[in-house]
Design a protein around this ligand. Structure first.
Ligand SMILES: Nc1ncnc2c1ncn2[C@@H]1O[C@H](COP(=O)(O)OP(=O)(O)OP(=O)(O)O)[C@@H](O)[C@H]1O
Length: 355
């Protein structure tokens, strides 16, 4: 590995326009070493465009992006600084896996033995002499990851690496990314699935319509958004509501007639109901899902909604507004601020200063 103090990716006001369309809109943030940083956003948010600019495949309209303090074009043997998986299908299918990697190695003055090493790391040694056009999606992803690892770079970037993979493949990639970060490398991975990132990333960058929505640690995001509550159902709903209200609880009625009570203990609520001889058909502690919180965060900036379905809290199914706690002060739950205001409470004021 190259000796480097702090291999970072730094974006400063990075912007990309295609005609009238602003794909990436003044993005400023820093991706740091030692943790997996998740790059999240709905389809069309601008993740791939950002990553392409990072690799010099697209020129920014304005702003700046640096790898280890330099533009990609200034890196003489770039694979030794940054390894990337952008499009796993972007391989000369007529070549064997071994030859594909060998060509890359030779053009970056990487020793031949690295080809065998990375093939071993990704579990493709047995098929190394087979043409990659016969590879399954999972094998193709592994070959793309082998190419990213070839130069033993300190910075790794993966665009939607688990797309289309089976559970075993997903598990493998997740552990690989965590292992690379644990070695002190900078690992930047895009996804449109919050549930996946919650299992992999320690830091989160969320974008929507090209704009930064959140720059936060995963722990912070979970703490702010994992609202816990107790769900209760009774054949005597009015009576239960009165009992709960008299005990000082705020009750939210869901579309299926159940009650949700925040900041309460399920056992205490069960005892309360028993003391007042209210029959219960359900008493269950619940946790709002991070996926729902993410959908709320990006709701204003989702470009392509599925026909007729809106996320919870936007008039769609899914019960009451699940991230009422995450709504900025002075904002009524369910009332959405402009997209650029969202996530302000998660933005790390010290980050993204660039150089
Ligand atoms: N070459 C291009 N010409 C015109 N518009 C483009 C081009 N590339 C991307 N876009 C547009 O820019 C926006 C951002 O696209 P991008 O592929 O970066 O999003 P993404 O977050 O990676 O989405 P996905 O998760 O669907 O891959 C989209 O609206 C897309 O249609």
């Amino acid at each position: 590995m190259l000796a480097s103090l702090a291999p970072m990716i730094e974006l400063q006001g990075l912007t990309k326009r295609y005609g009238d369309k602003t794909a990436v809109d003044h993005l400023t943030f820093t991706v740091r070493p030692g943790v997996v940083t998740g790059f999240l956003g709905p389809n069309g948010a601008g993740k791939s465009t950002t990553m392409r600019m990072l690799l010099g495949l697209d020129a920014p309209t304005s702003g700046d992006v640096r790898i280890d303090g330099r533009h990609y074009s200034q890196l003489s043997e770039p694979l030794k600084y940054i390894g990337a998986l952008l499009d796993a299908k972007d391989v000369h299918g007529g070549r064997t896996a071994y030859n594909h990697l060998l060509c890359l190695a030779q053009s970056n003055r990487i020793p031949r033995h690295r080809v065998d090493e990375v093939l071993e790391t990704v579990g493709l040694t047995a098929v190394a002499r087979k043409r990659s056009k016969g590879f399954s999606l999972g094998m193709g992803q592994r070959l793309g990851i082998a190419a990213a690892l070839l130069g033993d770079p300190e910075i790794l970037m993966f665009d939607e690496p688990v797309n289309g993979l089976d559970p075993e493949g997903i598990h493998w990639i997740r552990n690989l990314m965590k292992g690379l970060a644990a070695q002190g490398r900078t690992v930047f991975v895009s996804s449109h699935l919050m549930s996946e990132m919650a299992l992999t990333a320690e830091h989160l960058i969320v974008i929507g319509r090209g704009r930064l929505l959140a720059d936060t640690s995963m722990a912070d995001f979970i703490e702010k958004n994992s609202r816990s509550f107790v769900r209760m159902r009774s054949p005597q709903p009015e009576r239960l509501k009165d009992v709960l209200a008299a005990a000082g609880h705020t009750v939210v009625t869901t579309s299926d007639g159940a009650f949700e009570i925040q900041d309460a203990d399920a056992a205490d609520l069960g005892t309360l109901a028993a003391q007042h001889q209210v029959v219960l058909h359900e008493l269950s502690p619940q946790r709002a899902s991070l996926e729902e919180a993410f959908m709320q965060l990006t709701a204003e900036s989702v470009e392509y909604h599925a026909g007729g379905s809106l996320p919870p809290g936007q008039g769609g199914a899914g019960g009451p507004d699940v991230i009422a706690q995450g709504v900025p002060a002075g904002q009524a739950p369910g009332q959405q601020p402009p997209a650029q205001e969202w996530g302000a409470q998660w933005r790390n004021p010290g980050s993204g200063k660039g150089r």
